[in-house]
Design a protein around this ligand. Structure first.
Ligand code: HEC
Length: 135
């Protein structure tokens, strides 16, 4: 009798077949979603599409640069910005209450939802990104 496949089946039954990293990714996405709802959705909306002319949609264009993302969440963003062909020029307030871990979770969430990313943004990389902000 071949035992290995049976064992694998049982193991998957217990763990959902996820690696530790995948479990952590799912946790970050879930936490990130909760934090996004509290701290971002009132302007960018739950669906990330923003609010007609006032608040821009969360755009792939701005999700690639994790340093810039971390900096804008902590320190805010001012100046004119073109998002999906439309110009915006309204200040996004910074949020000094967000912890590095929470910023990492929000970045992981927005990246997974609006840029099909499958990787975690780690707290350490948020920490070092925040040292490089020029705002
Ligand atoms: C009070 C409203 C408000 C809140 C709250 C807010 N933003 Fe913004 N956000 C803005 C505005 C306004 C801009 C455009 C700023 C500009 O014109 O320079 C912007 C720009 C952005 C951009 C870059 C452009 C784009 O739309 O892709 C991203 C990404 C972003 N915000 C993410 C977030 C995240 C994540 C949060 C929550 C941590 C958040 N924002 C909270 C108003 C807000």
């Amino acid at each position: 009798m071949r035992v290995a496949p049976l064992f694998a089946l049982f193991f998957c039954f217990l763990t959902g077949c996820q690696t530790k990293e995948e479990v952590k990714f799912d946790q970050y996405v879930a936490e990130g979603y909760a934090l996004y709802t509290i701290h971002c959705a009132n302007c960018h909306q739950e669906n990330g599409r923003g609010l007609a002319g006032l608040y821009p949609p969360i755009s792939k264009q701005y999700l690639k640069d994790k340093t810039a993302l971390a900096c804008m969440m902590r320190n805010g963003l001012v100046g004119s910005l073109v998002v999906e062909g439309k110009a915006y020029n309204r200040a996004m307030p910074g949020n000094l209450t967000l912890k590095d871990l929470e910023i990492a979770e929000i970045i992981t969430y927005v990246g997974s939802r609006w840029n099909d990313e499958k990787t975690i943004t780690q707290t350490d990389s948020v920490k070092s990104a925040l040292l490089k902000c020029d705002n």
